[in-house]
Design a protein around this ligand. Structure first.
Ligand code: BG6
Ligand code: MG
Length: 227
């Protein structure tokens, strides 16, 4: 039987707005302050994962940074967040990525619930700056889950609150860890990005302008038919 999806659960950074780029720039600045250099290729593994986990991966690049006391790690994570907060100051509704507002609108028209599933503690501030808080039936941010992505908890927490079976949810992600989380939740995964990073997505688009509602539904239904 062909089902229709009942919820879209959006990642924030890199899907709704280009804050993935600001996270990268902020980490790059912190890394340089530590005498470490990171590039975009390295950054792919930081996408979708928590602030502290990202810091650990950067510290691993230099053996002299491996055994820093926890308080120092916390200070560095806060320092990165200061860099990040500076970069996001000017975010407003013009910062919403192409295709996203149409998609939110379409979900509303079709009575599909809309949730946010973000690994960022800054998610509520950003959604507010973008002026789209009203569109969300539920917002899950990093402070609400025990296990970050690639664990499915971010997505299952949203679905559980909305009381919708996981198989009737669609998760949209730009991170490899995020797509893994959606898949682990037994939801339909939509990846935004390159196949070399997101080949495990059920449906992949190159950028958000290609997130066309009807296309997503078509691919979702094909997967329902074969499973
Ligand atoms: C994720 C981003 O959404 O949030 C990561 O993809 C980021 O790059 C993580 O590190 C944590 O964000 P924050 O705002 O809590 O530091
Ligand atoms: Mg993301």
């Amino acid at each position: 039987m062909t089902r229709s999806p009942r919820a879209f659960i959006f990642d924030l950074d890199g899907v709704i707005t280009d804050t993935a780029e600001y996270h990268f720039l902020a980490w790059k600045k912190l890394a340089e302050e530590l005498g470490v250099s990171i590039d975009r290729q390295f950054n792919e593994q930081l996408k979708g994962i928590s602030r502290m986990e990202s810091l650990e991966r950067i510290l691993e690049l230099n053996s002299s940074l491996l055994n820093l006391p926890y308080e120092e790690k916390l200070r560095l994570a806060n320092q990165k967040n200061e860099h990040y907060l500076e970069l996001i100051q000017s975010i407003n509704s013009d910062s919403i990525l192409p295709g996203i507002e149409d998609l939110l609108q379409k979900c509303k028209q079709e009575n599909i619930k809309i949730a946010l599933g973000s690994a960022s503690k800054n998610a509520p501030i950003i959604v507010d700056k973008l002026g789209i808080t009203k569109h969300f039936d539920y917002v899950v941010d990093a402070s609400m889950v025990k296990n970050g992505k690639p664990h499915p908890e971010t997505f299952t927490t949203a679905a559980d609150f909305l009381n919708i079976p996981y198989s009737e949810c669609i998760g949209l992600e730009d991170a490899a860890a995020g797509v893994e989380a959606v898949n682990e939740a037994n939801m339909f995964s939509v990846g935004v990005g390159e196949v070399k990073h997101l080949s495990h997505a059920d449906f992949l688009v190159g950028d958000t302008s290609e997130l066309v509602f009807e296309e997503i539904i078509k691919h979702y239904k094909v997967k329902c038919e074969v499973s």
